[in-house]
Design a protein around this ligand. Sequence first.
Ligand code: FES
Length: 112
Amino acid sequence: MTQLIFLPHAEHCPEGAVFEAQPGETVLNAALRNGIHIEHACEKSCACTTCHVVVREGFDSLEPSDELEDDMLDKAWGLEPYSRLSCQVVVGEEDMVIEIPKYTINQVSEGH
Ligand code: FES
């Protein structure tokens, strides 16, 4: 099974977290199942970017993002080359190290 390692995030997992993901599961669902409440304002329908994560390790093992995900990612706060939408990205064969960005676009628009 693939291991997911979440780097510490002040709000969602201050100590970081390590757990196994189930095959075929999205990163978002694996995180939610393990108590990491990444925002998902559009209910996982690839329409909001609040579930944005940066894949620090294991990125190359993932299925590439499709056009819709890429279009949405362009709007994400703090976009990086290894950014993905966690509601769209299915866990691959390789272990992953994941960083949750400091802000989401919703927080930024609320003036943080
Ligand atoms: S939950 Fe909205 S894009 Fe992933």
